[in-house]
Ligand binder design. Sequence first.
Ligand code: AMP
Ligand code: ZN
Ligand code: FE
Ligand code: FE
Length: 292
Amino acid sequence: MAFVDLHSHSTASDGTDRPGDVVRLAKASGLSAVALTDHDTVGGIAEASQVAREVGIDFLPGIEISCSYPRPGTMHILGYGIDPESPKLTTVLAELIRARNERNDRIIAALNAKGIPITLEQVRAIATRGDPRNENVTVGRPHIAKVLQMLGVVSNNAQAFRDYLGGNGLVYADKERLTNREAIDLIHSAGGIACLAHAYQLQKENWAQLRNEIKQLKSLGLDAIEVIHSDHREALVAELTDIARRCDLLCTGGSDYHGSNKKHIRLGVVRNGRRVPRGWYERIVDRLAGKR
Ligand code: AMP
Ligand code: ZN
Ligand code: FE
Ligand code: FE
């Protein structure tokens, strides 16, 4: 049986492997298809698709967009099969990056005000990994968390988020985000299909609330939900499988690979050794073909 991974990050956002290296690793891991889904950027897609052709593996261009959602939950929408050159997408992503940079500035200023001598240059150096090819990386909180560790302010990433950067942290700063409707429409306008990522992060209190939120998203045009994910327990996988069937949504799955930034995650393998069947990838490709 062939397997795929439809959720991964590269140095274009907060992963540690070059886009091409994510694809090479997917091939070396025996996967038959991989999607690159960097946060708020399509900057890694050209390199990844080029390498996919070279090594002979199916490649699905993707993106992961953060939507406005009540804290401490988060809502991320994945877009698959988007045209990275879509003018609308390009314009909106530039705006999201501007909002992100402005938020990074605010976080750094707040840390400085607390006597922590962190600089934007340090954060950017972590994000670009000293490689000029990574100049356009999406800089985010995981990079700030790394610098806080280097400075000895915290001892690990989890503590950086708990004490400083996370929803309940000392210097939490929000950024302008798209609404879920805007994210779904944007993905559709770029020719892609929209998928709810890692539903556990919605932090719903019960299955009924989760089902209602997903039904609402379906009414806005959502096409798919990420059923299998590294942080989804078996009970959640079962529930999401049922919701997908009832709501007529496609199923997707992925590891949310971030390279050495999330050491417990392996490309192509999620919790309990579960894997994502190639059939799920094929149904997405069929749906995309039907749209053209
Ligand atoms: P940003 O894009 O700057 O909002 O950062 C989002 C990234 O931060 C996500 O991809 C997660 O990997 C990471 N992150 C968010 N919350 C936490 C947390 N509580 N603990 C560890 N990592 C987190
Ligand atoms: Zn990430
Ligand atoms: Fe996410
Ligand atoms: Fe992700």
